[in-house]
Design a protein around this ligand. Structure first.
Ligand code: NDP
Length: 336
């Protein structure tokens, strides 16, 4: 059983010393357990938080313990009702070839699921995040303007496409011309603005002539600075993620804009609400799965995946994800 354990807690950006590859015996399931062989491992920005022992909504991974992570896995042997050898499951198998599970929180996809790895993206956690936070916090109404940060990523791409289905004007924000072109041409957003290009704030302003009614926040930092003055009265902000800050080791430079932000929230009567997907929206999973499943089957929602071969590539691929190198959902194919 090859596994990647947390070797040390990173300061700032994770590096080659953060994780350590080691080989241990394949565990043996006892009564009430099953053995899973992990086929696909999801790489997600939240994993940076689990490497750190700063206070958070979830406990950190212990040093020398395997990194946690969502997986699509196959049951090797089972002492559990409802799970049989050969079943494909969505699990939290972690960064390793094999894992034990007692069945808690595991979804059984049966013997022959179509595109099993998509259960880590558009049909799984990131998809539920997009769907639930847009609907329940964004409160979208046809004709409104939705701006989505991180527009080419698994969450952002899904948010924007749902926005189009619901009749909104949708403007994405992404890094670089290639991602922006994909967001408009393949995903059908009305526009996409490259936040790395000169004049970003002005270009964004001209792309939202009627202001912004919903801003789906995935990144924070300079992108939010450009969005804030463009928000309309009673705008809603699902605060999903702040990836631009995850490797930060200190507060950002510059004047303190806290009072400006508070003033904007007050005068424009903004609603900004953070959430943790399974804690806040886990109960909607069946409704999500049925609606999103239909949209994906009908081709109304498109999905881009970056499949990377081999567990040993996971650390580098994760460091790249935090640097903005991912283009679509990053998944590791373990294939052991
Ligand atoms: P993404 O693939 O969107 O995340 C990686 C992308 O973030 C990069 O490719 C990059 O795209 C973008 N990015 C923007 N600003 C920066 C920056 N300063 N540095 C590096 N990258 C940047 O991931 P997901 O779609 O999985 O997640 C999107 C957000 O949602 C994340 O913040 C995540 O933590 C959050 N999330 C929150 C959940 C919750 O329960 N609250 C659940 C799931 C996700 P670009 O090139 O366009 O900059």
């Amino acid at each position: 059983n090859r596994r990647l354990v947390l070797a040390e807690r990173p300061k700032g950006e994770p590096d080659a010393n953060t994780l350590r590859l080691e080989t241990v015996a394949i565990p043996v399931p006892e009564k009430g357990q099953m053995l899973l062989r992990n086929e696909y491992l999801s790489l997600d920005p939240y994993m940076r938080g689990r490497m750190s022992d700063a206070p958070s909504y979830a406990a950190p991974v212990d040093v020398d313990a395997p990194m946690i992570g969502g997986t699509v896995s196959q049951v090797v042997s089972s002492h559990l009702d409802g799970f049989a050898e050969g079943d494909w499951v969505v699990a939290f198998g972690g960064w390793q070839d094999y894992a034990l599970s007692d069945g808690t929180g595991i979804i059984n996809m049966g013997k022959n699921p179509e595109n099993p790895s998509w259960a880590l993206g558009v049909l799984g956690m990131p998809g539920l995040t997009a769907w639930a936070a847009l609907k329940h916090i964004g409160q979208p109404k046809a004709g409104e303007t939705l701006v989505v940060a991180g527009a080419s990523g698994p969450v952002g791409a899904t948010v924007g496409q749902i926005g189009k289905i619901l009749g909104l004007r949708v403007v994405g924000i992404a890094g670089g011309a290639e991602k922006c072109q994909h967001v408009v041409e393949n995903l059908g957003f009305d526009a996409c603005i490259d936040y790395k290009a000169d004049g970003f704030a002005e270009t964004l302003k001209s792309a939202v002539p009627e202001g912004i009614d919903i801003y789906f926040e995935n990144v924070g930092g300079a992108v939010f600075d450009a969005v804030l003055p463009l928000l309309n009265t009673l705008a809603r902000i699902p605060l999903c993620g702040l990836i631009s800050q995850y490797n930060a080791t200190s507060l950002p430079d510059g004047p303190d804009r806290m009072n400006y932000l508070m003033g904007q929230i007050l005068r424009k009567r903004l609603t900004m609400r953070g959430f943790i997907v399974f804690d806040d929206f886990g109960q909607y999973y069946p409704e999500f799965a049925s609606e999103m499943g239909a949209w994906v089957r009908e081709g109304k929602i498109k999905y881009r995946e970056e499949m990377i071969e081999g567990l040993e590539q996971a650390p580098e691929a994760f460091i790249g994800l935090l640097r903005g190198e991912a283009f679509g959902k990053r998944v590791i194919h373990l294939g052991n």
